[in-house]
Design a protein around this ligand. Structure first.
Ligand SMILES: Cc1ncc(COP(=O)(O)O)c(C=O)c1O
Length: 427
């Protein structure tokens, strides 16, 4: 566990641990903690050049605009977008997905068409599409999971790992058709932790229907592993700054330039127009066409510090670290609690991210989380905005412990101790 040890040193970069020295934070899937460099950048903007962007012809507004646009470049580079203009800043992943549903979905999906998603989606990649289908009378098709927490592509674990376009194609052919206008799915499940073979799924879907629009919800992927939009071959990819060390209030919508150009704006108002007359308006080109009104300027500016921080560690190292923690946690949970504790999602750490959801005996997840909180261990309890998935799993709620770069094996050992206390109190 050498890398875990090294990573442990990162805690000093996160001021929250100075203020809460006993905190074991295991809820990064909900939102991550922020390093000092991000907080400092926010303070820099608000204390040195907190002007509005684009409008001013004065120095501090120019400085703010420069800083804002530099973040766009850094985001584009981080996910290997072809152009900075393909990066649209929104409020969060949820807004990015709704933007696509409104601006593109409502234009291209008609009665008798289909939208395909999966049962493991977060509500923000489920409800907008379900509502759209209900509105226009299209079919809403949902790919199921198997008992091991993988997408039900009828592949056993070994085949799944080796999944290639050929076998994914055979299975997907039963679900995706020429009528499927949109395929939208999560890269990593926020409950099961499953890493989906999105590249293969996209390639297979495009082979079945070359006109299909593919959308990746990468809210749990971009913070945790290297994501390359060109390599994945998708049309859109979305994520949130706050889950990857950055400030809240900033989401990213990456889209292929030609699609963004064709799409109507999501919101109308200031900053997204070139010319306005009584009878017509000429919109700006993307990405500004989609950024109506004053954005979260300071937060976008500080977001780049989060990316710089992750780049300094290296995304391969981030992934390696979380894989080791997941393996350690899965092993120790099984060893200490056996069948009393049911882990949902893949048991192979290679196929999963750092979110581990479980149920524990008959104890209510909220009671478990409350007892852990007394020990200063922060975990999440509930349906984690994935009710269809919890219904599918046959449970109302689960406890979820999730890891990020600042966690180490001590945090997991404290979790185990806390769970033993839960058993003592609730048994
Ligand atoms: C997979 C996934 N998609 C979407 C979201 C929504 O993100 P946000 O609340 O930042 O819009 C989350 C948040 O947990 C998530 O885990």
């Amino acid at each position: 566990m050498t890398s875990c040890y090294k990573m442990n040193k990162l805690k000093k970069d996160f001021p929250i641990f100075n203020n809460n020295p006993k905190l074991t934070y295991l809820d990064s899937t909900a939102t991550s903690l922020k390093p000092k460099s991000v907080i400092d950048k926010l303070v820099e903007y608000y204390s040195q050049y907190s002007a509005n962007i684009f409008r001013g012809v004065y120095k501090i507004s120019e400085k703010a605009t420069e800083e804002y646009e530099e973040t766009r470049k850094i985001v584009a580079d981080f996910i290997n977008a072809r152009k900075d203009a393909e990066i649209v800043f929104t409020r969060n992943t949820t807004e990015s997905l709704n933007l696509i549903a409104y601006s593109l979905g409502r234009e291209i999906v008609d009665k008798d068409d289909e939208i395909v998603t999966t049962i493991m989606e977060h509500h923000s990649n489920f409800v907008p599409w379900q509502v759209l289908c209900l509105e226009v009378g299209a079919s809403f098709k949902v790919i199921d999971i198997n008992d091991k927490g993988y997408l039900d592509l009828e592949l056993d674990d070994i085949k799944y790992k080796k999944s290639n376009i050929k076998n994914t194609y055979q299975i997907l052919k039963k679900i995706v058709t020429e009528k499927t206008k949109i395929l939208t799915l999560t890269y990593i499940s926020n409950v099961l932790g499953t890493i989906n073979p999105v590249k293969e799924i996209i390639a297979a879907a495009k082979k079945i229907n070359p006109k299909i629009i593919t959308i990746i919800d990468a809210a749990q992927a971009v913070p945790h592993l290297k994501v390359d939009v060109q390599d994945l071959g998708c049309d859109f990819l979305v994520f949130s700054s706050h889950k990857m060390l950055g400030p809240t209030g900033v989401g990213v919508l990456w889209g292929k330039e030609n699609l963004l150009k064709e799409m109507f704006p999501f919101m109308y108002g200031g900053e997204m127009i070139n010319e306005v007359y009584i009878d017509r308006t000429i919109f700006k080109d993307p990405p500004h066409k989609f950024e109506a009104g004053t954005p979260a300027i300071g937060e976008v500016i500080a977001f780049k510090e989060a990316i710089k921080y992750l780049k300094t560690i290296g995304m391969d190292k981030v992934r390696e670290h979380e894989k080791k923690l997941a393996l350690f946690c899965l092993k120790i949970l099984r060893r200490e609690f056996g069948n009393r504790l049911k882990i949902f999602g893949p048991i192979d750490e290679n196929d999963r991210g750092g979110a581990i959801a479980f149920s524990f005996g008959k104890y209510h997840p909220h009671d478990i989380a409350s007892i852990l909180d007394e020990e200063k261990i922060a975990v999440r309890a509930g349906h984690h905005c994935a009710m269809p998935l919890h219904n599918r799993l046959g449970v109302n709620a689960t406890v979820r412990a999730s890891f990020y770069i600042y966690n180490d094996e001590n945090d997991i050992e404290r979790l185990i101790k806390g769970l033993k206390k839960v058993e003592k109190i609730l048994a």
